[in-house]
Write a protein that binds this ligand. Structure first.
Ligand code: MN3
Length: 202
């Protein structure tokens, strides 16, 4: 019942030139694997066996830092690999309409999301979520926190998210987080994002 590292749904070099193969390999095989291993240790130490990852995150305020950081790390990265792909493109249909209603335009969403990513001090994530009122909202979280955690200041269901830890971009972009955030939109898998959106709004 231990948590396991999911396979990447594409090759390490599939997101080139936006994300280089070496970054993908280290990020998936080393960083994500470490979160999985440490999460499994924490789950055993704290008697959380049998709970789903979502259940653990929904009660994270009463778990240790170890389970918080590594449980968040496992969930965030599993989600992140899935919502990327070599296809590119943009949102369509109901999701595109809802983005226009919420932000004015897709470009305006990108600007807001990128600003939140640049503005996240230190390590963290930037998200597009469906909030409890059923509206799209951009939010950022520190470390490996996410909006599914019961003590998140802004809660909701992520439909899109980007990793702004330096390990996600430093080899290619060095300290230029803003450039990484701008380029990253070319590797979003909008079919997956639309699927998360449809599920979140019901
Ligand atoms: Mn990462």
């Amino acid at each position: 019942m231990a948590f396991t590292l999911p396979d990447l749904p594409y090759a390490f070099d599939a997101l080139e030139p936006v994300i280089d193969a070496q970054t993908m390999q280290l990020h998936h095989d080393k960083h994500h694997q470490a979160y999985v291993d440490k999460l499994n240790e924490g789950v055993t130490e704290e008697g959380l066996e049998g709970k789903s990852l979502e259940e653990i995150l929904a009660g994270i305020s009463s778990a240790s830092k170890k389970v918080r950081n590594n449980g968040g790390g496992h969930w965030n990265h599993s989600f992140f690999w899935e919502i990327m792909g070599p296809s590119g493109g943009g949102p369509s249909g109901r999701l595109a309409e809802t983005i226009d209603q919420a932000f004015g335009s897709f470009d305006a969403l990108k600007t807001k999301f990128n600003e939140a990513g640049v503005g996240q001090f230190g390590s963290g994530w930037v998200w597009l979520i469906v909030n409890p009122s059923g509206e799209l909202q951009v939010t950022a979280t520190p470390n490996q926190d996410n909006p599914l955690m019961d003590d998140a200041p802004v809660k909701g269901v992520p439909i899109l998210g980007n990793d702004v830890w330096e390990h996600a971009y430093y080899l290619k972009y060095n300290n230029r987080r803003a450039d990484y955030l701008k380029a990253w939109w070319d590797v979003v898998n909008w079919e997956k994002v639309a699927g998360h959106f449809a599920k979140a709004v019901g």
